[in-house]
Write a protein that binds this ligand. Structure first.
Ligand code: V47
Ligand code: SF4
Length: 399
């Protein structure tokens, strides 16, 4: 296999330092790297080196398979009482009339718009406001399940759960059990930001701590359910904070095995209180995907959220450890377009996404939320009448 030969080459490469060669050897032997080695990769690992190691791991696990999911987002509100400095929602609390605050009926009307679409998942997330409490979300999950039992409800994060359980005076254990009973299927990865308090207190003060975020996921996993994890990177954090974050996720995953995928989220700097902080480069984004793939040896999947990084970088990421792309059909989230993402209208038809994956020589596989294969699109021929929204830009890799 060509990727194995690339790693073998590093084992002998005199231009590499001994510690980097040792990391290559560990990856080749499928051994875990230490936090110190992770730090060294961030400090000294060149893109070609970390990329080859990550691609080796990716291909050993998944070959060319690249997963995607047909989902849609619902954001009950874009107003939030927290004041995370990176977030474009927090400033809206001051001008509340400019935002939206949907009622349960309005949310159901949005969900019903997808009745005839072949979507398998609804991803519900938004700001935190007092009227969206434990009762509201229990009623909402029940209403969705009554309307469309097969639709997977991936909803809210420990940020909301911590807030609504505290308000309702219930423990995390009891609260998560109530959510499960109401119809929650899985938890998305948001709200993780950077766990380390030195950074978290500056960018996301007041909301749940890193410890509380991890604890709520742990309880959810103990109930036999799955969730995702994210890391918001490329702002004021240092490499040591990224390693601390990855280390805590890896340790919890050792304990529960409940995480499905890790989604690095690139900080975007428009429309928030951190607009003076420059954004990371594409090289740094790809290095971050690659090092995450190498470090998180107990995570099955690394996901790129294309509305945030753009379609071309999403294609590139598939050679740097990523095996999963999120955002299809009609990605109605506003959080990234408000924060300055390239993708102001992040909608992509299944055909476009399949072509985007095939254009870089990978195999598109539609999955459900729990990674059961729905359809292999590798050789799928689209019918003339299958929806086609415009054409894609040319691939930027393999040229
Ligand atoms: O927690 C907010 C991030 C997250 C900005 O689990 C920003 O499948 C960059 O977690 N620049 C919410 N990021 C989104 C999220 C997510 C997305 C897609 C899939 C899944 C999944 C989860 O968005 C927040 C925060 O970390 N965010 N503002 C910004 N300016
Ligand atoms: Fe609120 Fe989440 Fe934005 Fe923080 S990141 S202000 S908790 S919506």
């Amino acid at each position: 296999m060509q990727t194995a030969r690339k790693v073998e080459h590093f084992l002998e490469d005199p231009n590499l330092s001994a510690p980097l060669r040792q990391i290559a050897q560990k990856v080749f032997d499928k051994k875990r790297i230490t936090p110190e080695e992770g730090q060294l990769l961030f400090e000294e690992g060149e893109l070609g080196f970390v990329g080859a190691l990550a691609n080796y791991i990716r291909e050993a696990r998944h070959g060319g398979r690249t997963f995607f999911n047909r989902n849609f987002h619902v954001e009950p509100t874009n107003v939030c009482l927290y004041t995370c400095t990176f977030c474009s929602y927090s400033r809206l609390i001051k001008k509340r009339e400019e935002g939206w605050e949907y009622s349960l009926q309005e949310i159901m009307d949005i969900i019903k718009k997808y009745d005839d679409e072949p979507v398998t998942e609804v991803h519900i997330v938004g700001g935190v406001l007092p009227q969206y409490d434990l009762q509201f979300y229990s009623d909402l999950f029940r209403a969705i399940k009554a309307h469309r039992p097969g639709l997977h409800v991936k909803a809210l994060t420990p940020v909301e759960y911590h807030y609504i359980f505290k308000k309702a005076k219930v423990s995390y254990e009891e609260g998560m059990q109530q959510m499960l009973d109401a119809g929650l299927d899985s938890m998305p990865g948001g709200g993780a930001e950077i766990f380390h308090p030195e950074i978290r207190d500056q960018i996301a003060g007041g909301k749940c701590s890193g410890e509380q975020w991890l604890r709520i996921h742990e309880i959810w996993h103990e109930l036999g359910r799955r969730s995702n994890a994210t890391m918001l990177y490329g702002h004021i954090e240092r490499f040591e904070h990224r390693i601390d974050h990855l280390e805590q996720l890896r340790a919890l995953q050792d304990k529960t095995g409940g995480f499905q995928t890790f989604i690095p989220l690139k900080f975007r700097n428009q429309g928030n209180q951190m607009s003076h902080v420059p954004e990371s480069t594409v090289v740094e984004d790809l290095r971050n995907y690659a090092i995450s793939r190498i470090y998180l040896d107990n995570f099955d999947h690394i996901k790129a959220y294309w509305p945030m990084i753009g379609r071309n970088v999403a294609q590139l990421s598939l050679s740097f450890g990523v095996d999963d792309i999120d955002g299809t059909i009609d990605d109605t989230t506003k959080i990234y377009s408000m924060a300055g993402s390239e993708e102001q209208n992040p909608a992509l038809s299944t055909r476009e996404l399949v072509n985007l994956i095939r254009a870089v020589g990978r195999n598109p596989i539609e999955r459900d939320t729990l990674y059961n294969v729905v359809q292999d699109f590798t050789d799928h021929v689209f019918e003339e009448d299958e929806q086609f929204k415009g054409y894609m830009s040319l691939p930027v890799v393999n040229r």
